[in-house]
Design a protein around this ligand. Sequence first.
Ligand SMILES: Cc1cc2nc3c(=O)[nH]c(=O)nc-3n(C[C@H](O)[C@H](O)[C@H](O)COP(=O)(O)O)c2cc1C
Length: 215
Amino acid sequence: MSANTPTSLGASIRNGALSLGVFAIITAAAISLTYVAGSDAIAANKAAAKARALEAVMSPSLYDQSLLESPITLAHADQLNLVEHSLGYAAIKNDVAQGIVLPVVAKDGYSGDISMLVGLSRDGVIQGVRVLEHKETPGLGDKVERKKSAWIDEFIGHSLTNTSPDEWAVTKDGGLFDVFTGATITPRAVVSAVHKSLRYHEQQQSSFYPNTQAD
Ligand SMILES: Cc1cc2nc3c(=O)[nH]c(=O)nc-3n(C[C@H](O)[C@H](O)[C@H](O)COP(=O)(O)O)c2cc1C
């Protein structure tokens, strides 16, 4: 039979279609695998970034297991300007809660919400504060970012016990915490939100630290 007969033409079309089908299946499988691997990597990166942010505000002496693996649903989260079911993260050492990382949002910044993390020991002493997200003006309000200035570290060691309500304010308002040149609104908002998180922590003592007593 000649190479050009209808039968051999049909066979070659069938073979071509089959090859194309197999190629399409392999390509689709490869794309799916790449997508799954890519989203796994993105999720892993996000989790690692979150773990680093939590660790930045908590003393390593207060936990011996991953902060990320000890989430606590926050009751009355609206008091921290958070949505319902927002999470805090307990610092647990020797199976006992020694502190907590609380998210809090300041609504009274210069340009919108300022999202923060505040790390507290069980007795309400600040271990660290970080601003996670904000829209404050570069060169003015953005000095609340730790990578721009060390201002945010002024909070470390303060508590409701060693700092009076009047002192929980910026220096311009008679308080303890510095302002930035030409920018009072942003630090004022951050100080107020950190103070709020301390009062919330005090109210929630029994839910954060069941069966333990603060020293
Ligand atoms: C364009 C522009 C951007 C500003 N951005 C900020 C800012 O991000 N944070 C801030 O505290 N103040 C910012 N300010 C300055 C405030 O308007 C205000 O003058 C300053 O915070 C002092 O506030 P006080 O009068 O309450 O002390 C900005 C001002 C201008 C004109």
